[in-house]
Design a protein around this ligand. Structure first.
Ligand SMILES: N[C@@H](CCC(=O)N[C@@H](CS)C(=O)NCC(=O)O)C(=O)O
Length: 251
């Protein structure tokens, strides 16, 4: 089990929530099979992911991807998967209390991811964006004016409070999976809501510095320069729709 290979199941065409798991694996230097990105003929593709979601294989049946299979375990829920990997690869402090704090922050980041997704799908996940454009504009307005700054200012206060102890990370003394997730969300928000990102960035020096630090980590930089890393586009969670890229209303 300790040496069992990792298999990741996630939609093959988008970074999405799978990317948070990939970043932990890449920073850990762990080998993994990104199953659905392999050709169908090679046992990969969406059919392989659907078989996994249907319960084929070991462990608990998951509701939704990303899913990590490791030996007899099959784990889902992005923060849970990242926390599991981080504990195995030294990407979270070892004491119980700090681990719980790290998970709290990762779940908060996951909430921000979900709300960002809802800016283009506020009515229904099963509908196209084009069927909910009017509601998306209203949702994006409150996201850009209220929710995005609420989350980012909170996370900035967390990194600053932790930095007061001499660090530059969100939790603990060193790099954790939460920092990797934060980096990905900042990049995604800048992609999707470039005008709001530019507006709020000057008041977020701790997060911006953290992002620069994570972006420059050799393993992360090498991954992002590789074909393994998929770019953001208008099929994923962080989508750039010019009509939703609103300038925040002045407060
Ligand atoms: N809370 C879950 C959300 C999982 C989720 O929404 N996955 C998306 C892809 S990013 C999906 O394919 N969902 C299918 C569904 O919910 O039916 C997590 O953090 O992993």
């Amino acid at each position: 089990m300790a040496d069992a290979p990792y298999a990741l199941y996630y939609w093959p065409g988008i970074p999405g929530r799978g990317e948070f798991v990939r970043l932990v694996l890449e920073q850990a230097g762990a080998a993994y099979d990104d199953v659905a990105r392999r050709p169908k003929e090679d046992g990969g593709g969406i059919p392989a992911m659907m078989r996994c979601l249907a319960g084929e294989g070991p462990g608990l049946r998951p509701l939704a991807p990303p899913v990590l299979v490791h030996g007899e375990r099959r784990l889902a829920q992005m923060p849970n998967v990242c926390a599991y990997l981080a504990a195995r690869h030294g990407l979270v402090p070892s004491d119980e209390g700090t681990r719980a704090e790290a998970l709290q922050l990762q779940l908060t980041v996951a909430d921000l991811v979900a709300e960002t997704h809802d800016t283009h799908h506020p009515v229904g996940k099963g509908l196209y964006y084009e069927e909910q454009k009017e509601q998306a504009l209203a949702y994006a307005r409150q996201f850009v004016d209220q929710r995005m700054p609420k989350f980012l200012r909170y996370l900035e206060s967390v990194v600053r409070a932790n930095a007061a102890g001499g660090g530059r990370h969100l939790v603990g003394d060193g790099l954790s999976y939460v920092d990797l997730a934060m980096d990905q969300v900042l990049r995604g928000l800048e992609y999707a809501f470039g005008r709001a990102y530019a507006h709020y960035a000057p008041e977020l020096p701790g997060l911006v510095a953290l992002r620069e630090h994570v972006d420059a980590l050799p393993a992360i930089a090498a991954y992002r320069a590789s074909e393994r890393c998929l770019p953001f586009d208008e099929h994923g969670i962080f989508r750039r729709y010019p009509e939703l890229d609103l300038l925040p209303a002045s407060e």
